[in-house]
Ligand binder design. Sequence first.
Ligand SMILES: Cc1ncc(COP(=O)(O)O)c(C=O)c1O
Length: 370
Amino acid sequence: MDHRGPEFGRLGGEILEGLREVFKTSGPVIIYPASGTGAWEAALVNTLSPGSKVLMFETGHFATLWRSMAGELGLQVDCVATDWRRGADPAIVEAKLREDSGHEIQAIAVVHNETSTGVASRIGEIRRAIDNAGHPALLLVDTISSLASIDYRHDEWGVDVTVAGSQKGLMLPPGLSFNAVSEKAIAASKSAQLRKSYWAWEPMLNANRNGFFPYTPGTNLLYGLREALLMLREEGLENVFARHARLGEAARRAVRTWGLEILCANPAEYSNSLTAVRVPDGYNADELRKVILENFNMSLGNGLGRLQGKVFRIGHLGDFNELMLAGTLCGVEMGLSLYGVPFSKGGVAAALEHLEQTATAQSAVTQGVA
Ligand SMILES: Cc1ncc(COP(=O)(O)O)c(C=O)c1O
């Protein structure tokens, strides 16, 4: 397809409009033919200048990578350490911003759902903390593993740049990433001095007005994105969130019944996209994953960074339903037995009981099995 032709313009226009619903924004959403890391860089280079101060939280592996990128780009990062078992603390945000009476902090950058830990930070509360401190810093949020899976509200939460990717809640292959941008972020981009070319918002926003892009877009992925947006609209975003919450709760019930520990230490921050599970000391999560892969051809997420060998991750996001979760949990339960981890059987049964008790005909219809 000619990506400068009228048919493409219609596709582009439809997608750029439809994406707003998913981010819950009335502003523009920029699409890059890049993985999520590209959209991280775009968020920083379009809004900030060399030496700008940024407040970040080391909530896990991905937050650590984003922090490193900010350092490499020449930003001055104040990074609050955590034990990788909880999210960014709104009380610390407020305290740090109150201390900064000269308003030197230009931005707060938070990973909404830490894919490495299964912890979801409370973005609405972080917004309130910023407002309580009366601080003008921009709020940048990574929703790569939460968009279209966990409740997220770009406009209502006053987020300035939302970073997202195609390969999780949007149910697509990797290769597209996004910046939803507020008016305040666009205003900041007019004076931001970090160097940029490929990631620059302005040529994107100009070309997007007619449904086009300043360089070759990921055309095939955009066809998929149109379909993904239709699927999300058909199911209804709130139903999508409820489905993820229900599957997440069933997974957590299985883990508790096995007598294993959920990595996330704060139930208010449980992720509905994935559950990271600690293996008991003396056991290696990667050995367990290998047993499950070799016997049941199922690949679980590994422990990343400092969690390597200590946790495995059960993904339950995107195009996912009860029976897929049931199969996943069966593979884990059999793998725990085969590998010889001390645990109690019955996790699968506990998950199934929850799914059965909370079943609605609506959930079957929206998942296309009715
Ligand atoms: C929360 C989060 N942020 C950033 C990234 C990096 O995105 P990508 O690997 O698409 O560049 C990932 C990847 O999984 C992620 O889960």
